[in-house]
Design a protein around this ligand. Structure first.
Ligand code: SF4
Length: 217
């Protein structure tokens, strides 16, 4: 188990005081979807290929819902297994448009193992095909995981790893959690480097550089 270790970094531009889990960002965690990820269900379920997409994804606000809706309409059917299904049923769980809908037990955007266009997130696959960064096209929660930012009222902010508690009551019975134990500690470089784009987008360029320097020392 990689221990938590929090260090403080101050953004020289806006003054935000970041408390950051450098224990995790200095570890060798990397996403092992398709390489041993057991998912987030109560039973280990590697063969399903769901990763953390079993429950759809939560959307920040109506703006993010509108962006996702527009993007979904442009997805290539060859890369989007549930194109026809989505055209008929939509992509949102309900009329509030705050969560993606699930199909056969996972997010509508998740292509399943065996799909001829390739398994995995259709948004992610199309971004890579088009030479774009997945973090510029996927919903916030999807590209941020397993990092979580909590902003506090006094101008402080905390960057930590995702954990069971973030799933609410269901988290306690998850068969496995990729930020616990050593199963996903298989990266060839520190997690802060592995997630360099994500880190920069979350904390800003100056703090991202400071964190990467810290873990490199
Ligand atoms: S972030 Fe964790 S749970 Fe999600 S797909 Fe990657 S290894 Fe699996």
């Amino acid at each position: 188990m990689v221990m938590e270790r929090f260090e403080e970094f101050v953004d020289p531009v806006d003054g935000t005081r970041w408390t950051v889990d450098v224990g995790f960002l200095g570890s060798r965690w990397r996403c092992i979807w398709g390489e041993g990820c057991q998912g987030i269900l109560d039973e280990p379920a590697e063969a399903l290929g769901h990763g953390c997409c079993s429950v759809g994804t939560e959307l920040l606000d109506e703006e993010e819902a509108m962006t996702l809706s527009a993007l979904a309409a442009t997805l290539d059917p060859d890369l989007f297994q549930f194109r026809a299904w989505a055209d008929e049923h939509g992509i949102f769980e309900d009329e509030r448009r705050r969560r993606t809908i699930t199909v056969d037990g996972a997010c509508v955007f998740l292509n399943r193992p065996g799909f001829r266009g390739g398994a995995g997130c259709a948004l992610h696959r199309q971004a890579l095909r088009d030479g774009e960064r997945p973090i510029d096209t996927k919903p916030s929660v999807c590209w941020q995981l397993p990092l979580v930012v909590e902003h506090e009222a006094d101008g402080r902010a905390r960057l930590r790893r995702w954990g069971r508690g973030d799933r609410g009551p269901e988290g306690a019975t998850m068969a496995w959690c990729c930020t616990e134990g050593d199963n996903a500690q298989v990266g060839s470089k520190p997690t802060a480097e592995e997630l360099a784009d994500e880190l920069r987008a979350l904390v800003g360029p100056e703090v991202a550089v400071a964190i990467r320097r810290w873990v490199a020392d």
